[in-house]
Design a protein around this ligand. Structure first.
Ligand code: C5P
Length: 242
């Protein structure tokens, strides 16, 4: 499904910056090198000196011909999820995240997406959660087992895919088949700073493990030359798919 995509379109740059103005600057700097951006909670909740909001930026990016992954990680009662997803579909985003905890929530999101082109991705188990954290929630499965369980629920609900670390991508790919999207953060080039990420992977390995898209934040947005850093990631994706 993603094999036909241009390598450039498989790179999603996380706009993890404090303000809409910072995000606009980064998008300007990256120019044609980047076609797909992730807007997360920090930016959704922030504003700019001209009164623009994070959600306004989503529309700005779409108007510029960019694709947007709205990483809103929704979880609420079915009616609220369905109506919220309808609003995101109207906005014209390409990807939206929903917590993949249960079928009821995910089916509500599928109803909200309707006939729009919005693709729904499930957050399976947040990567900062350990076995002990799951036990605290009354869950006896390991994080890896829970990821596979919830990926199965997401597929059953009619979701397009999941967010997953590179480590889990191969098992999810084997369990869900070729057409299910696997969107993978925690990507680093060999020898670069991991930051707070624990389970990192190179772009080549992530793609070889079954990732459809990779999400890259700090290695691009904190680089001294973000555009050339983005070009390096695109080249690595191209090498992995050649
Ligand atoms: O800077 P870095 O490349 O680590 O950023 C990765 C991006 O992917 C961040 O926006 C982070 O919130 C997001 N993410 C993640 N792990 C997840 C889900 C999202 O790192 N499981």
């Amino acid at each position: 499904m993603t094999g036909n995509l241009n390598p450039r379109d498989r790179l999603i740059v996380a706009l993890d910056v404090p303000t809409v103005d910072d995000a606009r600057d980064l998008v300007r700097t990256l120019g044609d090198e980047v076609t797909f951006y992730k807007v997360g909670l920090e930016l959704i909740l922030s504003g700019s000196i001209d009164g623009a909001t994070g959600l306004g930026l989503v529309s700005e990016l779409i108007d510029k011909g960019k694709q947007v992954f709205l990483d809103a990680k929704l979880l609420d009662i079915s009616n609220t999820v369905e109506r919220s997803v309808e609003r995101v579909a109207e906005l014209g985003a390409t990807f939206l995240t929903i917590h993949g905890t249960d079928l009821k929530t995910m089916k509500a999101a599928v109803a909200g997406r309707g006939q729009s082109g919005l693709k729904l991705l499930a957050v399976t188990v947040l990567t900062n959660l350990t076995q002990e954290d799951l036990a605290e929630q009354g869950i006896s499965k390991t994080p890896a087992e829970m990821v596979l369980h919830r990926a199965g629920l997401a597929k059953e609900a009619g979701f397009d895919g999941v967010i997953s670390s590179g480590q889990e991508a191969a098992a999810i790919r084997a369990a869900t088949g070729e057409n299910f999207l696997i969107v993978t953060p925690g990507i680093r080039l060999p020898g670069s700073d991991a930051g707070d990420q624990q389970r990192i992977m190179t772009p080549e390995r992530a793609i070889a493990s079954g990732a459809s898209y990779i999400v890259v934040g700090r290695p691009i947005n904190q680089a001294s030359d973000p555009k050339s850093a983005a070009a390096t990631f695109v080249e690595r994706i191209a090498d992995a798919t050649a």
